[in-house]
Design a protein around this ligand. Structure first.
Ligand code: DGL
Length: 269
């Protein structure tokens, strides 16, 4: 049995494209509908209630495309809206937090993990709680990095200013002797070179994109929802944004490594 309905993926902006890239790699025949809520990015400094409302609206938007699985490719939304979304919708929904937690707990040797994310993600303490659930002895050091998302959204991935900002956020974590850091925001993998430079070789960077793609694959296999193998082609990827599409298409190329066709603005979210 196969199912050619698309997978729906959303984020507040471009960050979720890091998950899209891995989903394409793990599931090359699947159609994908991506929604980037660029008119309302960033979600990170917004209240829990607002992020939940946006997340529900985004899910309702994706459901119009008859998606068979939804990936909340946003840590902020996953940390506050995943369980509510699961209770309210029948479609399988996965978030990006538990895959990152599993990986971090697996790779840490000295049991000292750093977590960086947006304000709402860090305030929710979701990472900390989930890591401690798996291994109560692990020490977790968290830091919010509110300027990272705007830096990524404007494409300042490796500038002097980006390095200075990263230094301010990350050096206090480095001094805690962490050996693993969770990039708890889907925008942050784009800053990996800068983050690595500051934290040094001894710290493993964990981003959940790969793990979330593998989780999506497992669900599709288990529920017999994989797409038929013939389902290839450019039409497989559709991108919708809530603000002007040009910037998204241009920067999206950096995330995905190829030109983004089919980026359309929608105003009904
Ligand atoms: N990329 C998102 C995350 O993973 C949200 C960033 C934001 O909009 O502040 O948290």
């Amino acid at each position: 049995m196969s199912d050619s309905r698309p997978i729906g993926i959303f984020d507040s902006g471009m960050g979720g494209l890091t998950a899209v890239k891995e989903v394409i790699r793990a599931l090359p025949y699947e159609r994908i509908v991506y929604f980037g809520d660029t008119a309302r990015v960033p979600y990170g400094p917004k209240s829990r209630e607002t992020v939940i409302r946006f997340s529900i609206e985004n899910i309702l938007f994706l459901l119009k495309y008859k998606v068979k699985l939804i990936i909340i490719a946003c840590n902020t939304a996953s940390s506050v809206a995943l369980s509510i979304a699961r209770k309210n919708f029948k479609v399988p929904i996965i978030g990006v937090i538990s895959p990152g937690v599993d990986e971090a707990v697996r790779v840490t040797k000295n049991k000292r993990i750093g977590v960086i994310g947006t304000r709402t993600t860090i305030n929710s303490q979701t990472y900390e709680k989930m890591i401690k659930q798996q291994s109560p002895k692990i020490k977790v050091y968290s830091a919010e990095c509110p300027l990272f998302v705007p830096l990524v959204e404007v494409g300042w991935l490796n500038t002097q200013i980006t390095k200075q900002v990263a230094g301010l956020y990350l050096l206090p974590l480095k001094s805690k002797k962490i050996d693993t850091i969770v990039l708890g925001c889907t925008h942050y993998p784009l800053l990996k070179p800068v983050i690595k430079e500051i934290l040094g070789q001894g710290v493993t960077l964990v981003d959940s994109a790969r793990q979330v793609a593998m989780q999506a694959k497992e669900i599709l296999i288990r529920q017999r929802l994989l797409a038929p193998k013939k389902n290839r082609g450019e039409g497989n990827l559709r991108f919708y944004v809530s603000d002007e599409p040009d910037n998204f298409a241009e920067l999206g190329k950096r995330f995905l490594g190829f030109d983004l066709k089919n980026v359309r603005k929608v105003s009904n979210v």
